[in-house]
Write a protein of this length. Structure first.
Ligand SMILES: [Zn+2]
Length: 158
C-alpha cells in the first residue's frame, strides 16, 4: 500500500500556517497560462499581509505568488482598486473613506443583506475562497485606528 504524502500546510516563504483552499479557487484566480500546470493539491492560501505567496501546493510544493493571480488579494493589498468583497464589489478605499469620514462603515451590513438576497460565490470570486466579512471587519478596525490618530494630531495642532 502506498503511503500518503506528508502535507506541508505552512507557507514555504514565511512559515505561517496556511488555510485550506479548494483547487477550483486556485484554478479561477491563476493567470490562464499557469492553469494547465496546476497540480492536484491540496492547496493552501497564505493570509500574511507582507508575504508575496498567495497559494501553495501542500504536497507538490508549487508556489503561486501575487504576480501569478489576476486580481489584487485583499489580505495582501490596500487602497484604490483593491476589492474587499469580490461578490458585490465593495472596495477597500471606499470603506476607508467611510470610516475616516464617519467613524464606521456600512459595508458589513451591505454585504450581509446582499448575501441573504442573492447568495454569494466566494469559492470562485474571492482569491481566499471564502467569505470576506472577516477581512472587512479587520480593515474597519485599522481605519478606525488611523482616524483616531489623525484626529488626535489635529486636536494637538489646533
Ligand atoms: Zn506566506
Amino acid at each position: 500500500m502506498k503511503e500518503a504524502s506528508p502535507l506541508h500546510t505552512k507557507c514555504p516563504r514565511d512559515g505561517c500556517q496556511g488555510t485550506p483552499v479548494e483547487r477550483v479557487t486556485v484554478q479561477h484566480h491563476l493567470r490562464p497560462e499557469l492553469r494547465g500546470l496546476l497540480g492536484e493539491g491540496p492547496f493552501h492560501f497564505c493570509e500574511s499581509a507582507d508575504c508575496s505567496v498567495v497559494y501553495f501546493d501542500a504536497v507538490g510544493g508549487a508556489v503561486y505568488e501575487i504576480a501569478d493571480v489576476l486580481l489584487p488579494v485583499s489580505y495582501k493589498a490596500q487602497g484604490i482598486g483593491v476589492p474587499l468583497c469580490y461578490c458585490f464589489g465593495v472596495m477597500d478605499d471606499a470603506v476607508r473613506r467611510q470610516v475616516l469620514d464617519g467613524g464606521t462603515s456600512t459595508a458589513p451590513q451591505h454585504v450581509k443583506a446582499r448575501m441573504e438576497a442573492e447568495g454569494c460565490h466566494c469559492v470562485t470570486t474571492n482569491p481566499a475562497g471564502r467569505c470576506c466579512l472577516g477581512v472587512i471587519g479587520r480593515r474597519i478596525q485599522i481605519y478606525q485606528q488611523e482616524r483616531q490618530v489623525s484626529r488626535g494630531e489635529s486636536l494637538r495642532d489646533g
